[in-house]
Ligand binder design. Structure first.
Ligand SMILES: Nc1ncnc2c1ncn2[C@@H]1O[C@H](COP(=O)(O)OP(=O)(O)OP(=O)(O)O)[C@@H](O)[C@H]1O
Ligand SMILES: [Mg+2]
Length: 335
């Protein structure tokens, strides 16, 4: 009972059966086919998978930032502190965004406004969420730039985004996201647009800040190497569903889904100081416009047998806090 209580209080985000569709002229893309996962207070959860598997749509569905004309979350719940965000008014949702949940994107120019100085934008984020005066907020903006290790913060607060390098802009965006001490930071490929050295610095910075502030982080990446360095727990997505979930040590020690194994074989080798991509998983991702029969990975899977092509595998425990959606998980883990 006591343990159950603690576990519940630990829970920050509880996503249940989330389903999001895109509506085209004559077709529906089932971008999320019902995904469930949790983020605990202060933890770093990695979300991995190949391009198009639904990582960004997951983040945007949680924050309700999908284009209203073409996309709709048609099912499920997004419980944050127990409240379903999908039930909130637009106004309540705006208050949650930035105040309790912040997001950083791959391309900083999508969050930074080119016509205002970086300092002013961070100060505004501070002012929206605290009662700070304008000058106190500017002071805080400068402090935030120092925190994300931008040199000369007293000068840089007056820079416009275009006066900064890509890495600096990324840092400024992180400063803005963290300015109001969110409880959850969703980072969607925050480093892919940057060169390898800067990538490593930004990653270290996020991990560092996270340790200092206790913010929980949902770290979206297609790079398992990044996951190994930054995350405690991982969900692996394929074709709009979660196919495996585990803590990071178990995932690397004993991957239970053939797709995860395939991803691991294609981890880029960074030790050589360049991004040498190993062979990708052969075959192509299924179309999300047609209903999928059986396991969506079966056509590419070296383990596939008849049942895989006929019946969708249930998401089942394969260890303590380790689960996978694979009919042959036992064999895969032993392989
Ligand atoms: N605005 C949109 N209109 C129509 N379909 C979309 C839109 N955005 C995403 N999709 C579809 O939703 C699916 C999931 O896309 P999503 O952007 O979440 O992928 P991702 O995992 O973030 O990929 P990447 O690693 O390339 O960022 C894809 O099949 C994509 O084609
Ligand atoms: Mg994406």
């Amino acid at each position: 009972m006591q343990m159950h209580q603690t576990a519940r209080n630990d829970l920050l985000l509880d996503v249940r059966n989330l389903e999001t569709h895109f509506f085209g002229e004559d077709s529906v893309t089932r971008a999320l086919g019902g995904i469930s996962f949790q983020v605990k207070k202060g933890e770093t959860l990695g979300v991995v998978g190949e391009s198009g598997c639904g990582k960004s749509v997951t983040a945007l569905s949680i924050l309700r930032l999908l284009p209203k004309v073409s996309a709709r979350t048609v099912g499920g719940e997004v419980r944050f502190h127990g409240r379903d965000l999908l039930d909130l008014s637009d106004r309540e949702m705006r208050k949650i965004r930035g105040d309790q949940i912040a997001m950083i994107f791959q391309e900083p120019m999508t969050s930074l406004n080119p016509v205002y100085t970086v300092g002013r934008q961070i100060a505004e984020a501070v002012q929206i969420h605290t009662k700070a005066s304008r000058s106190a907020a500017m002071k805080k903006a400068e402090e935030m730039l120092r925190l994300v290790r931008i040199a000369d913060p007293e000068r840089r607060v007056n820079n416009y985004p275009h006066e900064m390098s890509g890495g600096m802009r990324q840092r400024a965006m992180i400063a803005m996201a963290l300015a109001c001490s969110p409880e959850l930071l969703i980072a969607d490929e925050p480093t892919t647009a940057l060169d390898v050295t800067i990538q490593a610095q930004i990653l270290r910075l996020i991990v560092d800040l996270k340790e200092r502030t206790g913010t929980a982080v949902m770290f979206i990446t297609h790079d398992l190497g990044v996951v190994a360095e930054t995350c405690q727990r991982v969900i692996v997505m394929y074709a709009g569903r979660i196919v495996e979930q585990a803590n990071v040590i178990d995932l690397f020690a004993r991957p239970a889904h053939p797709y995860t194994q395939g991803l691991m074989r294609s981890v880029p080798d960074r030790r050589r100081g360049r991004q040498r991509r190993l062979p990708e998983i052969p075959g192509i991702v299924p179309s999300l416009r047609e209903p999928i029969v059986g396991c969506s990975f079966a056509p590419r899977c070296p383990f596939a047998i008849d049942i895989c092509r006929e019946k969708r595998p249930p998401f089942l425990d394969v260890g303590s806090s380790h689960a996978a959606a694979c009919w042959r998980a036992e064999e895969v883990m032993g392989a």
